[in-house]
Design a protein around this ligand. Structure first.
Ligand code: HEC
Ligand code: HEC
Length: 236
Protein backbone atom coordinates (compact mmCIF):
# COMPACT_ATOMS: atom_id res chain seq x y z
CA UNK A 1 0.00 0.00 0.00
CA UNK A 2 1.40 3.41 -0.89
CA UNK A 3 2.02 5.99 1.77
CA UNK A 4 -0.74 8.17 0.40
CA UNK A 5 -3.29 5.34 0.48
CA UNK A 6 -2.25 4.32 3.97
CA UNK A 7 -2.66 7.90 5.17
CA UNK A 8 -6.07 8.11 3.51
CA UNK A 9 -7.11 4.80 5.09
CA UNK A 10 -6.02 6.08 8.50
CA UNK A 11 -8.10 9.23 8.02
CA UNK A 12 -11.15 7.17 7.05
CA UNK A 13 -10.73 4.92 10.09
CA UNK A 14 -10.31 7.92 12.37
CA UNK A 15 -13.47 9.52 10.94
CA UNK A 16 -15.39 6.25 11.32
CA UNK A 17 -14.15 5.80 14.88
CA UNK A 18 -15.27 9.26 15.89
CA UNK A 19 -18.63 8.85 14.14
CA UNK A 20 -19.17 5.55 15.94
CA UNK A 21 -18.05 7.05 19.27
CA UNK A 22 -20.53 9.90 18.80
CA UNK A 23 -23.30 7.47 17.90
CA UNK A 24 -22.58 5.39 21.01
CA UNK A 25 -22.50 8.36 23.34
CA UNK A 26 -25.53 10.23 22.13
CA UNK A 27 -27.47 8.20 19.62
CA UNK A 28 -26.65 10.84 16.97
CA UNK A 29 -25.04 9.80 13.77
CA UNK A 30 -23.94 13.21 12.57
CA UNK A 31 -22.99 16.63 13.79
CA UNK A 32 -25.39 19.56 13.38
CA UNK A 33 -25.10 21.02 9.90
CA UNK A 34 -23.57 17.95 8.27
CA UNK A 35 -25.35 17.15 4.99
CA UNK A 36 -27.97 14.46 5.14
CA UNK A 37 -28.78 11.76 2.67
CA UNK A 38 -31.42 13.43 0.48
CA UNK A 39 -32.98 10.30 -1.15
CA UNK A 40 -33.38 8.66 2.27
CA UNK A 41 -34.95 11.84 3.64
CA UNK A 42 -37.46 11.95 0.78
CA UNK A 43 -38.57 8.35 1.44
CA UNK A 44 -39.65 8.96 5.05
CA UNK A 45 -43.16 10.41 5.67
CA UNK A 46 -43.23 13.69 7.60
CA UNK A 47 -44.42 13.06 11.14
CA UNK A 48 -43.63 9.32 11.21
CA UNK A 49 -41.39 7.99 14.01
CA UNK A 50 -38.57 7.48 11.49
CA UNK A 51 -38.86 11.08 10.29
CA UNK A 52 -38.86 12.41 13.87
CA UNK A 53 -35.67 10.48 14.70
CA UNK A 54 -34.00 11.48 11.45
CA UNK A 55 -34.88 15.16 11.85
CA UNK A 56 -33.79 15.21 15.50
CA UNK A 57 -30.52 13.40 14.66
CA UNK A 58 -29.62 15.80 11.90
CA UNK A 59 -30.74 19.12 13.43
CA UNK A 60 -31.13 18.95 17.21
CA UNK A 61 -29.11 16.06 18.54
CA UNK A 62 -25.71 17.77 18.69
CA UNK A 63 -27.06 20.15 21.34
CA UNK A 64 -29.96 18.26 22.95
CA UNK A 65 -29.10 14.54 23.01
CA UNK A 66 -27.96 14.80 26.61
CA UNK A 67 -24.96 12.46 26.45
CA UNK A 68 -21.77 13.39 28.26
CA UNK A 69 -20.89 15.88 25.51
CA UNK A 70 -24.40 17.37 25.14
CA UNK A 71 -24.22 21.14 24.85
CA UNK A 72 -27.61 21.72 26.49
CA UNK A 73 -30.40 19.88 28.32
CA UNK A 74 -31.65 16.58 26.89
CA UNK A 75 -34.86 16.51 24.87
CA UNK A 76 -34.51 12.76 24.26
CA UNK A 77 -35.52 12.01 27.85
CA UNK A 78 -39.02 11.82 29.27
CA UNK A 79 -38.36 14.41 32.04
CA UNK A 80 -38.67 17.36 29.66
CA UNK A 81 -41.98 16.14 28.22
CA UNK A 82 -43.43 15.71 31.73
CA UNK A 83 -43.21 19.46 32.34
CA UNK A 84 -43.20 21.21 28.93
CA UNK A 85 -46.26 22.07 26.84
CA UNK A 86 -46.35 21.62 23.05
CA UNK A 87 -46.89 25.39 22.76
CA UNK A 88 -43.63 26.34 24.52
CA UNK A 89 -41.58 23.73 22.63
CA UNK A 90 -43.07 24.77 19.28
CA UNK A 91 -42.46 28.47 20.02
CA UNK A 92 -38.81 27.86 21.02
CA UNK A 93 -38.16 25.66 17.96
CA UNK A 94 -39.83 28.08 15.56
CA UNK A 95 -38.47 31.37 16.90
CA UNK A 96 -35.40 30.37 18.92
CA UNK A 97 -34.76 31.11 22.58
CA UNK A 98 -32.15 33.22 24.35
CA UNK A 99 -28.90 33.78 22.47
CA UNK A 100 -27.95 30.15 21.78
CA UNK A 101 -31.04 28.40 20.42
CA UNK A 102 -31.49 29.17 16.72
CA UNK A 103 -34.83 29.80 15.01
CA UNK A 104 -35.82 26.86 12.78
CA UNK A 105 -38.84 28.41 11.03
CA UNK A 106 -38.27 28.64 7.28
CA UNK A 107 -39.63 32.19 7.06
CA UNK A 108 -36.91 33.21 9.59
CA UNK A 109 -34.24 31.54 7.45
CA UNK A 110 -34.54 28.18 9.24
CA UNK A 111 -34.85 24.69 7.76
CA UNK A 112 -38.38 23.61 8.82
CA UNK A 113 -41.90 24.68 7.86
CA UNK A 114 -44.47 25.44 10.55
CA UNK A 115 -46.17 22.08 9.86
CA UNK A 116 -42.84 20.24 10.20
CA UNK A 117 -42.10 21.97 13.53
CA UNK A 118 -45.49 20.95 14.93
CA UNK A 119 -44.95 17.39 13.63
CA UNK A 120 -41.44 17.32 15.14
CA UNK A 121 -42.49 18.53 18.61
CA UNK A 122 -45.58 16.30 18.85
CA UNK A 123 -43.50 13.43 17.43
CA UNK A 124 -40.69 13.99 19.98
CA UNK A 125 -43.27 13.84 22.79
CA UNK A 126 -44.44 10.48 21.37
CA UNK A 127 -41.03 9.00 20.54
CA UNK A 128 -38.77 10.38 23.32
CA UNK A 129 -41.36 11.44 25.91
CA UNK A 130 -43.26 8.12 25.77
CA UNK A 131 -46.40 10.19 25.22
CA UNK A 132 -46.09 11.84 28.67
CA UNK A 133 -48.14 15.02 29.20
CA UNK A 134 -47.36 17.83 31.67
CA UNK A 135 -48.59 16.48 35.01
CA UNK A 136 -48.89 19.84 36.76
CA UNK A 137 -46.18 18.93 39.28
CA UNK A 138 -43.91 21.67 37.97
CA UNK A 139 -44.57 24.48 35.51
CA UNK A 140 -42.72 24.16 32.19
CA UNK A 141 -42.00 27.89 32.13
CA UNK A 142 -40.37 30.24 34.65
CA UNK A 143 -42.41 31.16 37.74
CA UNK A 144 -41.16 34.10 39.85
CA UNK A 145 -39.41 33.05 43.08
CA UNK A 146 -37.63 34.45 46.12
CA UNK A 147 -33.91 35.01 45.52
CA UNK A 148 -32.92 35.04 49.21
CA UNK A 149 -34.58 31.67 49.80
CA UNK A 150 -33.02 30.42 46.56
CA UNK A 151 -29.50 31.18 47.82
CA UNK A 152 -30.07 28.88 50.80
CA UNK A 153 -31.52 26.13 48.60
CA UNK A 154 -28.51 26.41 46.27
CA UNK A 155 -26.07 26.08 49.19
CA UNK A 156 -27.84 22.96 50.39
CA UNK A 157 -28.84 21.16 47.19
CA UNK A 158 -26.50 22.32 44.43
CA UNK A 159 -23.20 23.58 45.86
CA UNK A 160 -21.73 20.09 46.37
CA UNK A 161 -21.61 19.78 42.59
CA UNK A 162 -21.71 23.46 41.51
CA UNK A 163 -19.92 25.41 44.26
CA UNK A 164 -17.07 27.82 43.62
CA UNK A 165 -14.55 25.18 44.74
CA UNK A 166 -15.65 22.80 41.98
CA UNK A 167 -13.74 23.56 38.78
CA UNK A 168 -16.45 22.20 36.47
CA UNK A 169 -19.64 24.15 36.05
CA UNK A 170 -19.43 27.26 38.24
CA UNK A 171 -22.98 28.41 37.63
CA UNK A 172 -22.50 31.91 39.01
CA UNK A 173 -19.77 32.74 36.48
CA UNK A 174 -21.00 36.04 34.93
CA UNK A 175 -20.05 34.93 31.43
CA UNK A 176 -22.13 31.77 31.81
CA UNK A 177 -25.15 33.65 33.18
CA UNK A 178 -25.02 36.15 30.33
CA UNK A 179 -25.29 33.30 27.83
CA UNK A 180 -28.25 31.45 29.30
CA UNK A 181 -31.83 32.66 29.75
CA UNK A 182 -33.81 32.14 32.97
CA UNK A 183 -35.95 29.73 30.98
CA UNK A 184 -32.88 27.63 30.16
CA UNK A 185 -31.83 27.60 33.85
CA UNK A 186 -35.38 26.47 34.71
CA UNK A 187 -35.35 23.67 32.15
CA UNK A 188 -31.85 22.49 33.16
CA UNK A 189 -32.87 22.27 36.82
CA UNK A 190 -36.22 20.64 36.01
CA UNK A 191 -34.87 18.03 33.63
CA UNK A 192 -31.37 17.36 35.02
CA UNK A 193 -28.63 15.65 33.02
CA UNK A 194 -28.68 11.92 33.72
CA UNK A 195 -25.66 11.15 31.57
CA UNK A 196 -23.39 13.33 33.75
CA UNK A 197 -25.08 12.59 37.07
CA UNK A 198 -27.24 15.72 37.48
CA UNK A 199 -30.57 14.70 39.02
CA UNK A 200 -33.97 16.02 37.85
CA UNK A 201 -35.63 18.58 40.20
CA UNK A 202 -37.61 16.05 42.23
CA UNK A 203 -34.90 13.38 42.52
CA UNK A 204 -32.45 12.88 45.40
CA UNK A 205 -29.50 15.32 45.59
CA UNK A 206 -26.61 15.27 48.07
CA UNK A 207 -28.02 17.20 51.05
CA UNK A 208 -31.58 16.91 49.67
CA UNK A 209 -32.77 13.30 49.65
CA UNK A 210 -36.25 14.28 48.43
CA UNK A 211 -35.12 16.77 45.78
CA UNK A 212 -36.73 20.21 45.49
CA UNK A 213 -40.31 21.46 45.75
CA UNK A 214 -41.74 23.41 42.80
CA UNK A 215 -41.42 26.62 44.84
CA UNK A 216 -37.73 25.91 45.49
CA UNK A 217 -37.06 25.51 41.76
CA UNK A 218 -38.52 29.02 41.31
CA UNK A 219 -36.41 30.35 44.21
CA UNK A 220 -33.12 28.90 42.85
CA UNK A 221 -33.78 30.33 39.38
CA UNK A 222 -34.59 33.73 40.95
CA UNK A 223 -31.29 33.66 42.87
CA UNK A 224 -29.18 32.59 39.85
CA UNK A 225 -30.91 35.28 37.79
CA UNK A 226 -30.09 37.89 40.43
CA UNK A 227 -26.40 36.99 40.05
CA UNK A 228 -26.43 37.83 36.34
CA UNK A 229 -24.60 41.07 35.68
CA UNK A 230 -26.68 43.90 34.21
CA UNK A 231 -26.32 44.29 30.47
CA UNK A 232 -25.42 47.70 29.10
CA UNK A 233 -28.43 49.93 29.58
CA UNK A 234 -29.27 48.30 32.89
CA UNK A 235 -31.70 45.56 31.84
CA UNK A 236 -31.32 41.81 32.23
C1 HEC B 1 -26.59 24.92 18.45
C2 HEC B 1 -27.21 24.21 19.53
C3 HEC B 1 -28.69 23.91 19.39
C4 HEC B 1 -29.35 23.27 18.36
C5 HEC B 1 -28.76 22.72 17.06
C6 HEC B 1 -30.73 23.15 18.77
N1 HEC B 1 -30.89 23.74 20.01
FE1 HEC B 1 -32.63 23.89 21.06
N2 HEC B 1 -31.69 24.99 22.49
C7 HEC B 1 -30.33 25.23 22.55
C8 HEC B 1 -30.04 26.01 23.75
C9 HEC B 1 -28.64 26.42 24.20
C10 HEC B 1 -31.28 26.27 24.39
C11 HEC B 1 -31.50 27.14 25.64
C12 HEC B 1 -31.28 28.61 25.23
C13 HEC B 1 -31.63 29.62 26.31
O1 HEC B 1 -32.82 29.74 26.65
O2 HEC B 1 -30.70 30.29 26.82
C14 HEC B 1 -32.29 25.60 23.57
C15 HEC B 1 -33.66 25.59 23.86
C16 HEC B 1 -34.58 24.78 23.22
C17 HEC B 1 -35.97 24.60 23.62
C18 HEC B 1 -36.64 25.30 24.78
C19 HEC B 1 -36.72 24.38 25.97
C20 HEC B 1 -37.50 25.01 27.10
O3 HEC B 1 -38.72 24.76 27.15
O4 HEC B 1 -36.90 25.73 27.92
C21 HEC B 1 -36.53 23.71 22.74
C22 HEC B 1 -37.96 23.18 22.77
C23 HEC B 1 -35.53 23.35 21.79
N3 HEC B 1 -34.35 24.00 22.10
C24 HEC B 1 -35.75 22.48 20.73
C25 HEC B 1 -34.83 22.25 19.71
C26 HEC B 1 -35.13 21.47 18.53
C27 HEC B 1 -36.44 20.77 18.26
C28 HEC B 1 -33.99 21.50 17.76
C29 HEC B 1 -33.79 20.88 16.38
C30 HEC B 1 -34.79 21.20 15.39
C31 HEC B 1 -33.00 22.29 18.48
N4 HEC B 1 -33.55 22.71 19.65
C32 HEC B 1 -31.71 22.52 18.03
C33 HEC B 1 -29.40 24.81 21.63
C34 HEC B 1 -29.67 24.20 20.43
C1 HEC C 1 -24.82 15.30 41.71
C2 HEC C 1 -24.25 16.49 41.12
C3 HEC C 1 -25.19 17.61 40.73
C4 HEC C 1 -26.19 18.20 41.49
C5 HEC C 1 -26.65 17.84 42.89
C6 HEC C 1 -26.68 19.29 40.69
N1 HEC C 1 -26.04 19.34 39.48
FE1 HEC C 1 -26.38 20.69 38.01
N2 HEC C 1 -25.08 19.67 36.78
C7 HEC C 1 -24.25 18.65 37.19
C8 HEC C 1 -23.34 18.31 36.11
C9 HEC C 1 -22.24 17.26 36.17
C10 HEC C 1 -23.68 19.17 35.02
C11 HEC C 1 -23.03 19.24 33.63
C12 HEC C 1 -21.90 20.26 33.70
C13 HEC C 1 -21.16 20.36 32.41
O1 HEC C 1 -21.56 19.78 31.41
O2 HEC C 1 -20.13 21.08 32.41
C14 HEC C 1 -24.78 20.01 35.49
C15 HEC C 1 -25.38 21.00 34.73
C16 HEC C 1 -26.20 22.00 35.26
C17 HEC C 1 -26.68 23.13 34.54
C18 HEC C 1 -26.41 23.41 33.06
C19 HEC C 1 -25.06 24.03 32.85
C20 HEC C 1 -24.87 24.24 31.36
O3 HEC C 1 -24.11 23.48 30.76
O4 HEC C 1 -25.54 25.14 30.80
C21 HEC C 1 -27.42 23.90 35.41
C22 HEC C 1 -28.12 25.21 35.11
C23 HEC C 1 -27.41 23.22 36.68
N3 HEC C 1 -26.66 22.07 36.56
C24 HEC C 1 -28.03 23.69 37.82
C25 HEC C 1 -28.11 22.99 39.00
C26 HEC C 1 -28.83 23.46 40.19
C27 HEC C 1 -29.48 24.84 40.34
C28 HEC C 1 -28.76 22.45 41.11
C29 HEC C 1 -29.41 22.39 42.46
C30 HEC C 1 -30.86 22.50 42.47
C31 HEC C 1 -27.96 21.37 40.51
N4 HEC C 1 -27.61 21.74 39.24
C32 HEC C 1 -27.66 20.17 41.15
C33 HEC C 1 -24.25 18.03 38.42
C34 HEC C 1 -25.13 18.32 39.47
Amino acid sequence: MSGVRMAATAVVFAAMASAIALACVSGCDRLPGAPRDAPAAAAVAVGSDGWVRMTFDSQCCGCHAGGVDGASFPLMEVEYWRIASDEQAIAATAHGQGVMMPSFLDTNGGSLTEEEIVALVTGMRRVYGQGALPSGGLSGTVVPGDAARGEAVFAQACATCHGAQVPKGVLTDPDYLRLVSDQALWTHIAVGRKAVGMPAWNEAMPGRPTGLSAGEVADVVAWLSSQRPLARGGTK
